[in-house]
Design a protein around this ligand. Sequence first.
Ligand code: PEP
Ligand code: MG
Length: 325
Amino acid sequence: RQEQFRALRSVEPITKDGQRINLLMNAGLLVDLPQLNESGALGIGLFRTELQFMIASNMPKLEEQEAFYRSVLRQAAGRPVTFRTLDIGGDKVVPYFRGADEENPALGWRAIRLSLDRPGLIRTQLRALLRAASGQELRMMIPMVTEVAELRAVRELMQKEFQHLSRFGYELPKKLQFGAMLEVPALMWQLDELMAEVDFVSVGSNDLFQFSMAVDRGNARVADRFDNLGRPFLRILRDIVRAAERNNTSLTLCGEMAGKPLSAMALMGIGFRSISMSPASIGPVKAMLLGLDVKQLSDMMNAALDEGFPREPMRHLLENFALAN
Ligand code: PEP
Ligand code: MG
């Protein structure tokens, strides 16, 4: 099967009924980059920049960050790379950067919250990104956004860095794409404002699932208890797709569920057309897509998601659909 997936590398990800799907990969280190060619991914949908920080023994300096981002972009050779700004805290521990002990680190001082309280950190990163992407497109997204105002605050810092660099004569990126990760359920009630504020949205389904179902993603006792293919979560995701369509906002999903063929199929059924996953999943997911009739699936799923008192678990319906196709 490995061979079979390899053979699909240069096959375009188009479904049986003609929908073109954007298959991207997740990455975080330079060793991941060769996977772009090997997997046939069309770009990097999630670049986890905190990994450089997690494997270092000291805070990486501006020049080190810049050099790192530059090599990523060089190796991506024109394919889009979406850098996620620092997502430190929660399950992502940076040994030399510790806040006070927290009772609920997942709900604590992390990601964008930490960045806005320590603007030096994010400003250095933004500067490194802007410098590394000079003359190219820079795509960046902000993790763990809870309120749209946080995005505006980052954008202001970004503006400052932009002006600073242009004052000193640096060549700036020729295009800037600014996005938000949708991981905190509160954003579900700010979807239109959110989408008015950004160029794209990427659903972090690992965290969105953790927070909407109130299950710790790292706790095996509860993590498997609820199904991410159950109706509640799929309805949440479908609402996001509908908001993106109505706002004409580009949408991706980059959590683990994108990489499992059955859940990737479900994502297509509710309207996702762009997903980002670990490189090893690209082949299996593409194989699934090539045989998929999305129209037929979405008719089945929409009816099943709208049922008032459903009897059959959604996962069974999806498995049956997959078997019949
Ligand atoms: C997510 O939360 O789904 C996500 C993609 O980010 P991470 O797994 O790095 O938290
Ligand atoms: Mg996350």
